[in-house]
Design a protein around this ligand. Sequence first.
Ligand code: N7H
Length: 513
Amino acid sequence: MSWVARKANIQGDVWPGLPKRFQTFLFFKIRKPDEFKTRLRSFADEHITTAQEACDMKNQILEAKTQAQKHGVPAKILALPGVNIAFASTGLAALGKFTFNEAAVKKDRNLSKIFKKNQLRGGLFGKGMYDDLVGEGWDEPKELRSQFKPSAGKRLIDGVLMVTASRAEDLRYKVLRVKEHFLKEPGSDDPDTVRYSNDPCLEFPFTSHGRTRPEKGKEHFGFEDGISQPLIEGLDEVTPKGKEPKAVKSGLIFARHDGDDMNQPEWAEDGSFLVIRDLQQLVPEFEKWLEDNKHNAPFAADSDDPKEKLAAYLMGRWRNGTPVDENPHHDKDPSLFRSNNFDFHPVDKHERCPFAAHIRKMRPRGDLNHDHAVIIRRGISYGDEVTPEEKAAQKSDDEKERGLMFVCYQSDIRNGFNFLTTRWASNHHFPDRKANFVGEHGPGIDAIVGQRLNHHPERSIGLPDGKHPTEARIGLDRWVIPRGGEYFFTPSIKALKEYLTGPPDYPPELAGP
Ligand code: N7H
């Protein structure tokens, strides 16, 4: 398929990303599959934003900025609403397009053939996030929001409709139109007189809301986010310069593209697995820890701004985005604010960027001789700003939760989100083979998202101190609380209009969990 055709087939949040200042996550449960399919078919044409449309939106934003600059006025914020849809494995099963009963299905020759031809591969997708991460001991059920926990053994989420916009009023309008499409009484098409059905084909058990912070681009800890994304061969038409990471094969993100060896069914082509994870952030506690520990890290203590340097060491970038690998001394050079031109060489040293800094853990660049565990991130902040009272108390108010709706895409959850979280972020000894340079306890855990199993050592990170091997090490508190989430598959437009809305592959008693 040509890339032009692919752009019309791929959903726009996967690539190039939907422009968003506001986002609503409408988590849904399918009640009447046949009617849902009929409505979904027209929904794909009328509402889903394709990659091509998202590119056009981005060009409009660029044009508005250029014009504004030319006339010395602030750029006009354009409406640009966008919509994407994705399904959990239970959602595909509700449509008769996924089975949880492999053994029973394989007893029937015909169904067995269908299974081989059409079943989406990937055990973690089948399990869902709760069974995966609680089952393996990473997530603590008591900390998870009720909507992400199975109730009476049943998962509550079949899928998610994600609606985005640049202005709150446009988002509200679009969310209403999206809901109406699925909930309205047949025949009541006029938006002014629309009637909601008493027996709708789907319900929305709960909704989450994200919005960028007043200082756009910065997440709640105050770091500039959304700087580094993998460049995708065939889609991103930019050539990486200097030490910037090379473009990766599109098969690391898209099913059935070059580089995806999951052997997915034909209908999955141009689709991508989506992970949504609610990560609560304890901001006043993070600031207090930095304040309390700024003199415990030798190189930070000796710097002009010990607290900011310690923060930069944990992240691998200063809060304004400057990579510490490019400038470990200060963050005052504007040409470095959004720079991606570094590769951690020489990789036997961490005087500039700690081995266990968040960005070094999550994309180790020169530390590895391959670049195969790659995700595209599309998260958005949620919750209110820290209040003066919280600041004074150095403690989060339980009533005022804030955090990141972490969103990422990959062609294989085990090799993407799950690998990054469990094998890299949460492993004190990754990047590996660094013991000679950082001591026997290893580089350390990822300060932002590293999680511990009960038998793991307490959270700590090794920091540069000029010795060889370095000896400085500080214990870390926990400022990011995983509150649950789900694994989804974002299908192509073609799959939405054809395979997924076609007749079921399995009878309900053989599909459902
Ligand atoms: Fe991270 N943050 O805003 O503080 N992340 N992240 N992340 N993250 C990155 O380079 C953050 C999380 C990755 O290419 C930056 O764009 C926060 C999870 C990857 O060099 C900042 C949370 C996972 C990269 C943050 C969080 C990742 C990355 C630097 C949770 C994976 C790119 C900005 C609350 C499972 C690395 C930038 C590269 C960068 C923040 C979560 C992965 C500032 C607050 C769960 C791959």
